[in-house]
Write a protein that binds this ligand. Structure first.
Ligand code: GUN
Length: 294
């Protein structure tokens, strides 16, 4: 039997409707949530992501503050903007869209962000809080989106073996840290596979839940999973397709057509984890703005 779909579009839409009501309540109390966007250079994928995030903000009543800088911006100029946003009371949180141009050190920029405004959860203070299970900080948007999507469909990771393919600082490592915590919605046994892992399939075949976050198209195939596994695809890859609009098509890290015949649940690309990432960004901005009330 073919897998059922973990629908990120519908789930994110439901969550946005819920959050729109929370934003309205905040606005009634004189607090207008604000999110700053810093985009350096003209990376088309980054431009597209920022556009989608801004649209989602507008839809629920979060105000966007836009900073588009040329690719020639120096590290010091960018640091000056970060300091300005850190102290701007209208800005509850801001994101510096990655990747940055090569002459700018991303770690230096991220470390300069006020952890209270770090709605991406990239700052070492928030990453540390995530590791020790301190829920005071923010949760990283994509991993948080994966956890909430599983929850939405009643898939409890507790006691399950979750195998994560990929050890990035944005997805693999923080997702492992979220899922391993001793609390509801987590409590999983977690394995991280990466480029130095020998025979990845021997691990993925033992998984109750497989998360593919490696950035290589259609890498997880049906013979790499056990029947009935839950498959979450974090990949967004552009592959050439002359027949498609713009000459390319988006595909995930999972061979969807093959895997869907063997899995119990699967996320599509697009329409799975992507919309959830954006919804969780909004959730973090709300959390930051709600702190202004108390
Ligand atoms: N680049 C890819 N994903 C992200 C993200 O979630 N946040 C930021 N700031 N940059 C990214």
């Amino acid at each position: 039997m073919a897998a059922q779909i973990l629908d990120g579009v519908a789930t994110a839409q439901r969550l946005r409707a819920e959050m729109a009501r929370e934003v309205a309540a905040l606005r009634e109390r004189g607090v207008t949530p604000g999110l700053g966007f810093v985009l350096v250079g003209e990376n088309p994928a980054s431009q597209a992501y920022v556009r989608m995030k801004k649209k989602a903000c507008a839809e629920i009543g979060i105000v966007s503050y836009d900073y588009e800088l040329p690719a020639t911006t120096t590290q010091n100029e960018l640091l000056a903007l970060v300091h300005k946003l850190n102290t701007d009371p209208a800005v509850d949180g801001f994101i510096v869209q990655l990747p940055l141009p090569r002459h700018i050190n991303e770690d230096v920029i991220i470390a300069a962000i006020d952890p209270h405004k770090d709605v991406d959860c990239f700052h070492p203070v928030n990453v540390g809080k995530l590791c020790i299970g301190d829920t005071d900080g923010f949760f990283p948007c994509t991993p948080y989106g994966v956890v909430v999507l599983l929850q939405e469909y009643g898939i409890d990771p507790a006691g399950k073996h979750v195998v994560i393919m990929g050890r990035s600082n944005i997805v693999g490592k923080p997702l492992a840290n979220l899922l391993v915590q001793k609390r509801a919605g987590a409590n999983a046994t977690v394995t991280i596979c990466h480029t130095a892992t020998r025979n990845i399939a021997q691990f993925t075949r033992q998984a109750d839940i497989v998360v593919a976050a490696i950035g290589r198209p259609r890498t997880l195939t049906a013979e790499m999973i056990q029947p009935g596994a839950v498959v979450v695809d974090v990949g967004i890859n552009r592959v050439e397709d002359a027949a498609a609009k713009g000459g390319y098509r988006l595909v995930g890290d999972v061979d969807f057509e093959g895997v869907k015949e063997k899995a119990s649940w699967i996320t599509p690309v697009p329409g799975g984890v992507g919309p959830m990432t954006i919804a969780m960004l909004l959730r973090n901005v709300l959390k930051a703005a709600q702190r202004r009330v108390v």
